[in-house]
Design a binder for this molecule. Sequence first.
Ligand code: HPA
Ligand code: ZN
Length: 327
Amino acid sequence: MNLETLIRAIPKAELHLHIEGTLEPELMFEIARRNGVALRYRSVDALRRAYEFSDLQSFLDIYYEGASVLRQERDFYDMTVAYLRRAKADNVRHTEIFFDPQTHTARGIAFETVFHGINNALRDSGMNTRLILCFLRHLNAESAMKTLEESLPFREGIVAVGLDSSEVGNPPSKFAAVFARAQAEGFRIVAHAGEEGPPSYIREALDLGASRIDHGVRCMEDSDLVDELVRRKIPLTVCPLSNVKLGVFRSMTDHNLRTMLQRGLRVTINSDDPAYFGGYIVDNFLAAASALALTEDDIRRLARNSFEASFVSDATKARFISELNQY
Ligand code: HPA
Ligand code: ZN
């Protein structure tokens, strides 16, 4: 089996995926039309051409604008169905999906409209899935706490809380009280850290109880931190195409994913916001494998890591890994 066939075929988990980042331009236009929302772009092509980003913020500005077409439960449902179909085609067996309630509640959309739209699509898909509620870190801790409280009636459907949006200047410690409360309520903690922000943000996230770090690529600037992440087997959900599109690395050949693997870190490959960054999970595997000369062993390791890093039970992990071992 050649490497590309192996990458396509092996069972894998996706652990870093923003559902609002899966909204493809075609569906965005369709939803905008049925909701009577005006978009700044005249066509799908014009919108796609605007997807040239210089850094995280330049992406976020357009990503929040795209999400503004979502108004009804059906919109969230259709977006989620489209992602799950695409993930299934890439042999994703399990996916842990971020959603950003504040992006919608700030526009007057009810938390339950967002939650039910996404969650009903998960339920109808029959796929193995979990939901992770992300707080927008550019907003204040009071807004995050209010969002956490709004989520409590739906707690059974949400495995963890996380932190996304503009990283630099918004360290995890800003949300210490929110994460303490979330842990007390039984949520697991994850956080975007060390994407554009410094390694100290990764330390802060760990101090606040994070059991997985999203991106985390800047950990390599602090060898003591790397030692700790290796020792504690803390998973890092790396998103190669995202990192290149947002200028975290100049090109894929400059990406540190292979070095991270060689250092013994529990690295996984994910697509982040596939509609905006030019590819789903298999595209991320293929781009990294080709630019960094990853081996078959590396690919198998990455897939195994994705199951080990997931929030499923040990028995389910063992079942996925035994399926993987047949390749
Ligand atoms: N980083 C921070 N916030 C985000 C991202 C990301 O990669 N994607 C969607 N929101
Ligand atoms: Zn992300």
